[in-house]
Design a protein. Structure first.
Length: 527
Protein backbone atom coordinates (compact mmCIF):
# COMPACT_ATOMS: atom_id res chain seq x y z
CA UNK A 1 0.00 0.00 0.00
CA UNK A 2 1.38 3.46 -0.90
CA UNK A 3 2.16 6.03 1.78
CA UNK A 4 -0.73 8.18 0.57
CA UNK A 5 -3.22 5.33 0.80
CA UNK A 6 -1.92 4.42 4.27
CA UNK A 7 -2.38 8.01 5.39
CA UNK A 8 -5.92 8.15 4.04
CA UNK A 9 -6.75 4.83 5.67
CA UNK A 10 -5.27 6.00 8.97
CA UNK A 11 -7.31 9.18 8.80
CA UNK A 12 -10.50 7.26 8.09
CA UNK A 13 -9.83 5.03 11.09
CA UNK A 14 -9.01 8.03 13.25
CA UNK A 15 -12.20 9.81 12.25
CA UNK A 16 -14.21 6.68 12.87
CA UNK A 17 -12.81 6.14 16.36
CA UNK A 18 -12.99 9.69 17.67
CA UNK A 19 -16.17 10.63 19.50
CA UNK A 20 -16.95 14.15 20.54
CA UNK A 21 -16.39 14.79 24.21
CA UNK A 22 -19.09 16.22 26.39
CA UNK A 23 -16.87 19.16 27.35
CA UNK A 24 -14.53 21.40 25.42
CA UNK A 25 -11.54 19.02 25.27
CA UNK A 26 -11.28 17.23 21.92
CA UNK A 27 -14.67 18.57 20.79
CA UNK A 28 -13.19 19.39 17.38
CA UNK A 29 -10.87 16.39 17.23
CA UNK A 30 -12.59 15.07 14.12
CA UNK A 31 -12.21 18.43 12.36
CA UNK A 32 -8.58 18.54 13.48
CA UNK A 33 -7.95 15.14 11.88
CA UNK A 34 -9.51 16.21 8.58
CA UNK A 35 -7.61 19.51 8.44
CA UNK A 36 -4.32 17.84 9.38
CA UNK A 37 -4.70 15.42 6.51
CA UNK A 38 -5.32 18.32 4.12
CA UNK A 39 -2.38 20.30 5.47
CA UNK A 40 0.06 17.39 5.27
CA UNK A 41 -1.17 16.41 1.82
CA UNK A 42 -0.73 19.93 0.47
CA UNK A 43 2.69 20.21 2.12
CA UNK A 44 3.87 16.93 0.59
CA UNK A 45 2.80 17.87 -2.92
CA UNK A 46 1.99 15.63 -5.84
CA UNK A 47 4.51 13.49 -7.65
CA UNK A 48 3.86 11.71 -10.93
CA UNK A 49 5.79 8.88 -12.55
CA UNK A 50 7.79 10.39 -15.43
CA UNK A 51 9.81 8.69 -18.20
CA UNK A 52 13.30 7.86 -16.95
CA UNK A 53 14.89 9.28 -20.10
CA UNK A 54 13.66 12.25 -22.12
CA UNK A 55 12.76 11.87 -25.77
CA UNK A 56 15.45 14.38 -26.74
CA UNK A 57 18.20 11.96 -25.71
CA UNK A 58 17.25 9.45 -28.39
CA UNK A 59 16.34 12.07 -30.99
CA UNK A 60 19.78 13.65 -30.62
CA UNK A 61 21.47 10.31 -31.29
CA UNK A 62 19.32 9.71 -34.37
CA UNK A 63 19.93 13.20 -35.76
CA UNK A 64 23.69 12.86 -35.26
CA UNK A 65 23.79 9.69 -37.35
CA UNK A 66 21.41 11.21 -39.87
CA UNK A 67 23.71 14.19 -40.32
CA UNK A 68 26.70 11.84 -40.65
CA UNK A 69 25.23 10.03 -43.66
CA UNK A 70 23.71 13.11 -45.31
CA UNK A 71 24.86 14.54 -48.61
CA UNK A 72 27.90 16.82 -48.37
CA UNK A 73 26.07 19.69 -50.01
CA UNK A 74 23.40 19.42 -47.34
CA UNK A 75 25.75 19.24 -44.36
CA UNK A 76 27.72 22.19 -45.75
CA UNK A 77 24.65 24.34 -45.13
CA UNK A 78 25.47 24.23 -41.42
CA UNK A 79 28.69 26.12 -40.75
CA UNK A 80 29.76 25.10 -37.26
CA UNK A 81 33.05 26.98 -37.58
CA UNK A 82 31.50 30.44 -37.38
CA UNK A 83 32.21 32.22 -34.08
CA UNK A 84 29.51 32.38 -31.45
CA UNK A 85 27.41 29.69 -33.11
CA UNK A 86 26.43 32.23 -35.76
CA UNK A 87 25.62 29.37 -38.12
CA UNK A 88 22.88 28.25 -35.75
CA UNK A 89 20.72 31.18 -36.88
CA UNK A 90 18.49 30.40 -39.82
CA UNK A 91 19.76 32.40 -42.83
CA UNK A 92 17.60 35.41 -43.62
CA UNK A 93 17.98 34.74 -47.34
CA UNK A 94 16.25 31.37 -46.91
CA UNK A 95 13.09 32.81 -45.35
CA UNK A 96 11.69 33.72 -48.77
CA UNK A 97 13.19 30.73 -50.55
CA UNK A 98 10.35 28.33 -51.39
CA UNK A 99 12.77 25.40 -51.54
CA UNK A 100 14.35 26.09 -48.15
CA UNK A 101 12.06 28.19 -45.95
CA UNK A 102 10.46 25.07 -44.45
CA UNK A 103 13.85 24.19 -42.93
CA UNK A 104 13.56 26.96 -40.35
CA UNK A 105 11.62 24.98 -37.77
CA UNK A 106 14.32 22.31 -37.43
CA UNK A 107 17.36 24.33 -38.46
CA UNK A 108 18.81 24.63 -34.96
CA UNK A 109 18.27 20.93 -34.23
CA UNK A 110 20.13 20.00 -37.42
CA UNK A 111 22.92 22.46 -36.69
CA UNK A 112 23.32 21.09 -33.17
CA UNK A 113 23.33 17.53 -34.54
CA UNK A 114 26.21 18.32 -36.88
CA UNK A 115 28.14 20.03 -34.10
CA UNK A 116 27.68 17.09 -31.72
CA UNK A 117 28.56 14.54 -34.41
CA UNK A 118 31.72 16.47 -35.19
CA UNK A 119 32.69 16.69 -31.51
CA UNK A 120 32.16 12.94 -31.11
CA UNK A 121 34.08 12.19 -34.34
CA UNK A 122 31.14 10.21 -35.72
CA UNK A 123 32.10 8.64 -39.03
CA UNK A 124 35.85 8.85 -38.41
CA UNK A 125 38.49 6.39 -37.28
CA UNK A 126 38.52 8.13 -33.88
CA UNK A 127 35.05 6.79 -33.08
CA UNK A 128 35.05 3.04 -32.52
CA UNK A 129 31.27 2.81 -32.30
CA UNK A 130 30.50 4.68 -35.50
CA UNK A 131 33.33 4.03 -37.92
CA UNK A 132 33.62 5.61 -41.37
CA UNK A 133 31.31 4.47 -44.16
CA UNK A 134 33.90 4.18 -46.92
CA UNK A 135 31.64 3.34 -49.85
CA UNK A 136 29.40 6.08 -51.19
CA UNK A 137 26.76 3.57 -52.31
CA UNK A 138 26.55 2.27 -48.74
CA UNK A 139 26.24 5.79 -47.35
CA UNK A 140 23.49 6.52 -49.86
CA UNK A 141 21.65 3.35 -48.85
CA UNK A 142 21.92 4.24 -45.16
CA UNK A 143 20.76 7.77 -45.91
CA UNK A 144 17.56 6.54 -47.54
CA UNK A 145 16.63 4.64 -44.39
CA UNK A 146 18.00 6.88 -41.63
CA UNK A 147 16.47 10.08 -42.99
CA UNK A 148 13.03 8.50 -42.83
CA UNK A 149 13.71 7.27 -39.30
CA UNK A 150 14.88 10.76 -38.32
CA UNK A 151 11.72 12.33 -39.72
CA UNK A 152 9.58 9.91 -37.73
CA UNK A 153 11.63 10.46 -34.57
CA UNK A 154 11.37 14.24 -34.92
CA UNK A 155 7.58 14.03 -35.15
CA UNK A 156 7.41 11.80 -32.06
CA UNK A 157 9.75 14.06 -30.10
CA UNK A 158 7.52 17.03 -30.94
CA UNK A 159 4.53 15.16 -29.49
CA UNK A 160 6.57 14.36 -26.38
CA UNK A 161 7.46 18.05 -25.97
CA UNK A 162 3.79 19.03 -26.21
CA UNK A 163 2.88 16.51 -23.52
CA UNK A 164 5.74 17.57 -21.25
CA UNK A 165 4.90 21.28 -21.54
CA UNK A 166 7.25 24.23 -21.25
CA UNK A 167 8.42 23.17 -17.79
CA UNK A 168 9.05 19.62 -18.97
CA UNK A 169 7.20 18.15 -15.98
CA UNK A 170 3.86 17.34 -17.68
CA UNK A 171 2.04 19.82 -15.42
CA UNK A 172 3.18 18.49 -12.03
CA UNK A 173 4.48 21.89 -10.87
CA UNK A 174 1.21 23.63 -11.74
CA UNK A 175 -0.69 21.10 -9.64
CA UNK A 176 1.67 21.64 -6.72
CA UNK A 177 1.19 25.41 -6.90
CA UNK A 178 -2.53 24.80 -6.42
CA UNK A 179 -1.76 22.61 -3.41
CA UNK A 180 0.50 25.24 -1.83
CA UNK A 181 -1.99 28.01 -2.58
CA UNK A 182 -4.67 26.03 -0.76
CA UNK A 183 -2.60 26.25 2.46
CA UNK A 184 -2.17 30.01 2.75
CA UNK A 185 -3.90 31.58 -0.24
CA UNK A 186 -0.54 32.40 -1.85
CA UNK A 187 1.61 30.21 -4.10
CA UNK A 188 4.41 29.27 -1.67
CA UNK A 189 2.20 27.96 1.11
CA UNK A 190 4.65 29.43 3.64
CA UNK A 191 3.88 33.17 3.77
CA UNK A 192 0.46 33.69 5.34
CA UNK A 193 -0.84 37.24 5.33
CA UNK A 194 -4.01 39.30 5.37
CA UNK A 195 -6.02 39.37 3.12
CA UNK A 196 -4.73 36.46 0.96
CA UNK A 197 -4.87 33.96 3.82
CA UNK A 198 -7.74 35.37 5.82
CA UNK A 199 -9.90 38.48 5.48
CA UNK A 200 -8.96 39.75 8.94
CA UNK A 201 -6.77 38.53 11.79
CA UNK A 202 -8.91 40.18 14.44
CA UNK A 203 -11.49 39.80 15.83
CA UNK A 204 -12.57 36.16 15.56
CA UNK A 205 -16.04 37.17 14.38
CA UNK A 206 -14.59 39.00 11.35
CA UNK A 207 -11.92 36.40 10.64
CA UNK A 208 -14.19 33.37 10.73
CA UNK A 209 -17.03 34.40 8.45
CA UNK A 210 -17.73 32.03 5.58
CA UNK A 211 -15.98 34.24 3.02
CA UNK A 212 -12.92 34.80 5.20
CA UNK A 213 -12.42 31.27 6.51
CA UNK A 214 -12.86 29.88 2.99
CA UNK A 215 -9.75 31.67 1.73
CA UNK A 216 -7.25 29.06 2.93
CA UNK A 217 -6.76 25.86 4.86
CA UNK A 218 -4.93 27.86 7.53
CA UNK A 219 -7.92 30.17 7.98
CA UNK A 220 -10.41 27.31 8.31
CA UNK A 221 -8.04 25.34 10.55
CA UNK A 222 -7.47 28.33 12.85
CA UNK A 223 -11.18 29.00 13.22
CA UNK A 224 -11.91 25.50 14.54
CA UNK A 225 -8.79 25.07 16.68
CA UNK A 226 -7.92 28.50 18.17
CA UNK A 227 -10.17 29.59 21.02
CA UNK A 228 -10.80 33.14 22.15
CA UNK A 229 -11.01 31.92 25.75
CA UNK A 230 -7.87 31.97 27.86
CA UNK A 231 -6.58 28.50 28.63
CA UNK A 232 -8.98 26.79 26.25
CA UNK A 233 -6.49 25.25 23.87
CA UNK A 234 -7.60 21.64 23.98
CA UNK A 235 -10.76 21.83 21.88
CA UNK A 236 -9.08 20.19 18.88
CA UNK A 237 -6.52 17.89 20.50
CA UNK A 238 -5.23 18.11 24.05
CA UNK A 239 -2.21 20.41 24.16
CA UNK A 240 -2.14 20.76 20.39
CA UNK A 241 -2.69 24.52 20.14
CA UNK A 242 -0.97 27.00 22.42
CA UNK A 243 -2.05 30.34 20.94
CA UNK A 244 -5.11 32.11 22.31
CA UNK A 245 -7.03 34.19 19.80
CA UNK A 246 -7.35 37.21 22.07
CA UNK A 247 -6.06 39.88 19.69
CA UNK A 248 -4.83 39.79 16.12
CA UNK A 249 -3.99 36.18 15.32
CA UNK A 250 -0.31 35.68 14.52
CA UNK A 251 -0.67 33.71 11.29
CA UNK A 252 2.94 32.48 11.19
CA UNK A 253 2.67 31.13 14.73
CA UNK A 254 -0.71 29.60 13.97
CA UNK A 255 0.68 27.80 10.91
CA UNK A 256 3.68 26.53 12.87
CA UNK A 257 1.58 25.30 15.79
CA UNK A 258 -1.00 23.59 13.63
CA UNK A 259 1.70 21.84 11.58
CA UNK A 260 3.31 20.62 14.80
CA UNK A 261 -0.01 19.14 15.90
CA UNK A 262 -0.35 17.11 12.69
CA UNK A 263 2.10 14.25 13.00
CA UNK A 264 -0.28 11.31 12.54
CA UNK A 265 -1.00 11.81 8.85
CA UNK A 266 2.41 12.69 7.38
CA UNK A 267 2.87 11.40 3.82
CA UNK A 268 5.61 11.51 1.15
CA UNK A 269 3.44 12.72 -1.70
CA UNK A 270 -0.18 12.85 -2.70
CA UNK A 271 -2.28 11.56 -5.57
CA UNK A 272 -5.51 12.68 -7.27
CA UNK A 273 -7.33 9.81 -5.59
CA UNK A 274 -6.11 10.85 -2.12
CA UNK A 275 -7.25 14.44 -2.66
CA UNK A 276 -10.69 13.31 -3.80
CA UNK A 277 -11.00 10.99 -0.80
CA UNK A 278 -10.07 13.71 1.68
CA UNK A 279 -12.51 16.18 0.16
CA UNK A 280 -15.22 13.58 0.74
CA UNK A 281 -14.08 13.30 4.37
CA UNK A 282 -14.38 17.06 4.75
CA UNK A 283 -17.92 17.08 3.41
CA UNK A 284 -18.82 14.25 5.76
CA UNK A 285 -17.34 16.12 8.72
CA UNK A 286 -19.58 19.12 8.11
CA UNK A 287 -22.95 19.38 9.81
CA UNK A 288 -25.63 19.95 7.20
CA UNK A 289 -29.30 20.82 7.35
CA UNK A 290 -31.82 23.02 5.61
CA UNK A 291 -33.81 26.07 6.41
CA UNK A 292 -35.37 29.07 4.69
CA UNK A 293 -34.86 27.44 1.31
CA UNK A 294 -31.12 27.20 1.78
CA UNK A 295 -28.68 24.47 2.74
CA UNK A 296 -27.24 24.96 6.21
CA UNK A 297 -23.59 23.93 6.51
CA UNK A 298 -21.35 24.24 9.56
CA UNK A 299 -17.79 23.03 10.11
CA UNK A 300 -16.85 22.61 13.77
CA UNK A 301 -18.79 22.08 16.98
CA UNK A 302 -21.14 24.57 18.57
CA UNK A 303 -22.84 23.94 21.88
CA UNK A 304 -25.18 26.80 20.99
CA UNK A 305 -25.74 26.22 17.29
CA UNK A 306 -25.63 28.11 15.08
CA UNK A 307 -23.49 30.46 17.17
CA UNK A 308 -19.78 30.39 16.21
CA UNK A 309 -17.98 33.09 18.19
CA UNK A 310 -14.69 31.37 19.02
CA UNK A 311 -15.51 30.85 22.66
CA UNK A 312 -15.06 27.51 24.33
CA UNK A 313 -17.42 24.93 22.67
CA UNK A 314 -18.32 27.43 19.92
CA UNK A 315 -15.26 27.28 17.65
CA UNK A 316 -16.87 26.76 14.24
CA UNK A 317 -17.70 28.28 10.87
CA UNK A 318 -21.15 28.72 9.38
CA UNK A 319 -20.70 28.53 5.62
CA UNK A 320 -24.39 28.67 4.69
CA UNK A 321 -23.95 31.74 2.50
CA UNK A 322 -21.70 29.81 0.13
CA UNK A 323 -24.61 27.49 -0.67
CA UNK A 324 -27.30 29.48 -2.43
CA UNK A 325 -30.34 28.58 -4.49
CA UNK A 326 -29.11 30.72 -7.40
CA UNK A 327 -27.26 27.77 -8.90
CA UNK A 328 -23.72 29.03 -8.44
CA UNK A 329 -23.20 28.03 -4.83
CA UNK A 330 -21.61 24.91 -3.45
CA UNK A 331 -18.43 23.42 -2.06
CA UNK A 332 -16.34 24.93 -4.84
CA UNK A 333 -17.07 28.37 -3.36
CA UNK A 334 -14.59 27.45 -0.64
CA UNK A 335 -11.39 28.76 -2.23
CA UNK A 336 -9.04 26.14 -0.81
CA UNK A 337 -11.50 23.36 -1.69
CA UNK A 338 -11.55 24.56 -5.32
CA UNK A 339 -7.74 24.69 -5.38
CA UNK A 340 -7.52 21.10 -4.17
CA UNK A 341 -10.03 19.99 -6.81
CA UNK A 342 -7.95 21.78 -9.44
CA UNK A 343 -4.76 20.14 -8.16
CA UNK A 344 -6.36 16.69 -8.33
CA UNK A 345 -7.45 17.25 -11.93
CA UNK A 346 -4.04 18.60 -12.95
CA UNK A 347 -2.23 15.68 -11.34
CA UNK A 348 -4.53 13.24 -13.11
CA UNK A 349 -3.89 14.93 -16.47
CA UNK A 350 -0.15 15.11 -15.78
CA UNK A 351 0.05 11.40 -15.02
CA UNK A 352 -1.81 10.50 -18.22
CA UNK A 353 0.46 12.78 -20.25
CA UNK A 354 3.52 11.18 -18.66
CA UNK A 355 2.17 7.72 -19.47
CA UNK A 356 1.71 8.64 -23.13
CA UNK A 357 5.16 10.23 -23.19
CA UNK A 358 6.70 7.04 -21.81
CA UNK A 359 5.16 5.11 -24.71
CA UNK A 360 6.72 7.61 -27.13
CA UNK A 361 10.12 7.09 -25.50
CA UNK A 362 9.78 3.32 -25.92
CA UNK A 363 9.15 3.85 -29.64
CA UNK A 364 12.12 6.22 -29.92
CA UNK A 365 14.36 3.62 -28.27
CA UNK A 366 13.43 1.18 -31.04
CA UNK A 367 13.95 3.80 -33.77
CA UNK A 368 17.32 4.75 -32.32
CA UNK A 369 18.41 1.11 -32.31
CA UNK A 370 17.29 0.68 -35.92
CA UNK A 371 19.25 3.80 -36.84
CA UNK A 372 22.38 2.49 -35.14
CA UNK A 373 22.02 -0.92 -36.79
CA UNK A 374 21.58 0.68 -40.22
CA UNK A 375 24.64 2.89 -39.80
CA UNK A 376 26.83 0.02 -38.64
CA UNK A 377 25.63 -2.20 -41.47
CA UNK A 378 26.65 0.50 -43.94
CA UNK A 379 30.05 0.87 -42.28
CA UNK A 380 30.53 -2.89 -42.76
CA UNK A 381 29.29 -2.76 -46.39
CA UNK A 382 26.30 -4.97 -45.58
CA UNK A 383 23.55 -2.79 -47.08
CA UNK A 384 22.25 -2.99 -50.64
CA UNK A 385 24.11 -0.56 -52.87
CA UNK A 386 22.05 2.43 -53.98
CA UNK A 387 23.53 4.21 -57.00
CA UNK A 388 22.82 7.84 -57.82
CA UNK A 389 20.28 8.42 -60.60
CA UNK A 390 22.17 8.71 -63.93
CA UNK A 391 22.34 12.10 -65.62
CA UNK A 392 21.81 12.61 -69.34
CA UNK A 393 25.58 12.74 -69.83
CA UNK A 394 26.39 9.60 -67.87
CA UNK A 395 23.70 7.45 -69.47
CA UNK A 396 25.67 7.24 -72.73
CA UNK A 397 29.14 7.62 -71.27
CA UNK A 398 29.03 4.93 -68.59
CA UNK A 399 28.63 1.20 -68.80
CA UNK A 400 25.03 -0.07 -68.72
CA UNK A 401 23.76 -0.97 -65.28
CA UNK A 402 23.06 -4.67 -64.88
CA UNK A 403 19.56 -5.64 -63.90
CA UNK A 404 18.45 -8.95 -62.49
CA UNK A 405 16.06 -10.58 -64.97
CA UNK A 406 14.76 -13.23 -62.61
CA UNK A 407 11.02 -12.53 -62.43
CA UNK A 408 10.96 -13.46 -58.79
CA UNK A 409 14.03 -11.47 -57.73
CA UNK A 410 13.22 -9.25 -54.73
CA UNK A 411 9.55 -10.25 -54.94
CA UNK A 412 9.46 -13.99 -54.33
CA UNK A 413 9.64 -13.78 -50.55
CA UNK A 414 6.74 -11.35 -50.23
CA UNK A 415 3.30 -12.44 -49.11
CA UNK A 416 0.26 -10.97 -50.89
CA UNK A 417 -0.25 -7.99 -48.47
CA UNK A 418 3.35 -6.87 -49.07
CA UNK A 419 3.43 -7.54 -52.81
CA UNK A 420 3.46 -3.91 -53.97
CA UNK A 421 5.60 -1.39 -55.84
CA UNK A 422 7.39 -3.09 -58.73
CA UNK A 423 5.90 -6.42 -57.58
CA UNK A 424 2.39 -7.78 -58.12
CA UNK A 425 0.46 -10.84 -56.93
CA UNK A 426 0.03 -13.58 -59.55
CA UNK A 427 -3.34 -15.13 -58.69
CA UNK A 428 -2.75 -18.17 -60.91
CA UNK A 429 0.62 -19.10 -59.45
CA UNK A 430 -0.28 -17.60 -56.06
CA UNK A 431 3.12 -15.96 -55.88
CA UNK A 432 4.60 -12.47 -55.83
CA UNK A 433 6.26 -11.57 -59.16
CA UNK A 434 7.74 -8.56 -60.90
CA UNK A 435 5.18 -6.47 -62.77
CA UNK A 436 5.16 -6.85 -66.56
CA UNK A 437 6.61 -3.36 -66.91
CA UNK A 438 9.45 -4.06 -64.49
CA UNK A 439 10.16 -7.37 -66.20
CA UNK A 440 10.34 -5.76 -69.66
CA UNK A 441 12.73 -3.11 -68.39
CA UNK A 442 14.88 -5.80 -66.82
CA UNK A 443 14.96 -7.86 -70.02
CA UNK A 444 15.80 -4.79 -72.08
CA UNK A 445 18.68 -3.92 -69.77
CA UNK A 446 19.87 -7.50 -69.95
CA UNK A 447 19.90 -7.37 -73.75
CA UNK A 448 21.90 -4.15 -73.66
CA UNK A 449 24.55 -5.74 -71.46
CA UNK A 450 24.54 -9.01 -73.37
CA UNK A 451 23.52 -10.90 -70.26
CA UNK A 452 27.15 -11.32 -69.32
CA UNK A 453 28.63 -11.19 -65.88
CA UNK A 454 31.73 -9.00 -65.46
CA UNK A 455 34.95 -10.83 -66.38
CA UNK A 456 38.57 -9.92 -65.90
CA UNK A 457 41.32 -9.99 -68.51
CA UNK A 458 41.67 -13.74 -68.02
CA UNK A 459 37.98 -14.26 -68.73
CA UNK A 460 37.20 -15.19 -65.13
CA UNK A 461 34.14 -14.13 -63.16
CA UNK A 462 34.03 -13.80 -59.38
CA UNK A 463 32.42 -17.24 -59.14
CA UNK A 464 35.68 -18.78 -60.44
CA UNK A 465 37.55 -17.87 -57.23
CA UNK A 466 36.91 -20.50 -54.54
CA UNK A 467 38.81 -19.20 -51.50
CA UNK A 468 38.50 -15.94 -49.60
CA UNK A 469 42.14 -15.07 -50.25
CA UNK A 470 41.80 -15.61 -54.02
CA UNK A 471 38.56 -13.67 -54.04
CA UNK A 472 39.93 -10.61 -52.27
CA UNK A 473 43.02 -10.61 -54.51
CA UNK A 474 41.04 -10.93 -57.74
CA UNK A 475 41.59 -8.16 -60.26
CA UNK A 476 38.97 -7.06 -62.73
CA UNK A 477 36.46 -4.35 -63.71
CA UNK A 478 35.01 -2.73 -60.57
CA UNK A 479 31.23 -2.23 -60.45
CA UNK A 480 30.08 1.38 -60.32
CA UNK A 481 30.51 2.81 -56.83
CA UNK A 482 32.65 -0.15 -55.62
CA UNK A 483 36.31 -0.22 -54.66
CA UNK A 484 37.07 -3.78 -55.81
CA UNK A 485 36.14 -6.40 -58.42
CA UNK A 486 34.96 -9.19 -56.09
CA UNK A 487 34.08 -9.64 -52.44
CA UNK A 488 33.81 -12.60 -50.07
CA UNK A 489 30.13 -12.06 -49.31
CA UNK A 490 27.52 -14.08 -47.46
CA UNK A 491 23.78 -14.25 -47.92
CA UNK A 492 22.98 -13.16 -44.36
CA UNK A 493 22.59 -9.38 -44.19
CA UNK A 494 22.85 -9.42 -40.40
CA UNK A 495 26.48 -10.48 -40.60
CA UNK A 496 26.12 -14.24 -40.10
CA UNK A 497 28.28 -16.88 -41.76
CA UNK A 498 25.63 -18.28 -44.12
CA UNK A 499 26.45 -18.86 -47.79
CA UNK A 500 29.79 -17.06 -48.07
CA UNK A 501 31.32 -17.25 -51.54
CA UNK A 502 33.14 -15.04 -53.98
CA UNK A 503 30.63 -12.70 -55.56
CA UNK A 504 30.56 -9.50 -57.53
CA UNK A 505 30.95 -6.72 -54.97
CA UNK A 506 27.63 -5.26 -56.09
CA UNK A 507 25.78 -8.34 -54.77
CA UNK A 508 22.64 -7.41 -52.79
CA UNK A 509 22.72 -9.14 -49.43
CA UNK A 510 19.15 -8.99 -48.36
CA UNK A 511 16.37 -8.93 -50.94
CA UNK A 512 13.63 -7.76 -48.64
CA UNK A 513 15.78 -4.94 -47.24
CA UNK A 514 16.79 -4.02 -50.79
CA UNK A 515 13.17 -3.38 -51.63
CA UNK A 516 12.79 -0.86 -48.80
CA UNK A 517 15.97 0.98 -49.69
CA UNK A 518 15.29 1.11 -53.43
CA UNK A 519 11.83 2.45 -52.70
CA UNK A 520 13.31 4.99 -50.29
CA UNK A 521 15.62 6.25 -53.02
CA UNK A 522 12.64 7.87 -54.70
CA UNK A 523 11.63 9.74 -51.53
CA UNK A 524 12.95 13.27 -50.99
CA UNK A 525 16.15 13.01 -49.01
CA UNK A 526 15.49 16.08 -46.92
CA UNK A 527 12.84 15.95 -44.24
Amino acid sequence: MSSTKRAVAALAMLIGLISRGEGAANANAKEHGVMCAFLNMAEAGGQISKPETEARTYLDQILELNMSVSDKDWTAEFDTEKPGDEGRTFPTAYKDNDAKKHWEQQWQAWYDAKKRAKAKHVGTTKNQDYKPITEETQKRAARGVIQQLAARASALAAKYATLAGEAGDFGEAAANIDLKTAITGESTGTKPAVPATIAAANPYSAACTAQSAAKSLLATFSCVCHSTDAGSNDECVTGAVSQQWSGALNLDTALSNLKASCTATKIKHTTPEAITSLLANFRAACTTGSGAGQLKVRFGTSASAPTCDGANTKMCINIDELFTTAGDGGWHKIAWYAKLESAAEKLKTAQESARRAAAIVDTLVAIAQETVDTYKAAAQSRLPHVLPPPSADTITASAPIKTNTNKNANCEDNEEPNCTGFCEWNKTEKACKLTDKAQKEAEQANQETGGKEGKNKEGKTCADFKTEAECNAADGPKPTGKSKFCGWIGEDASGGDKGFKCRSSSFLLNKQFALSVVSAAFVALLF
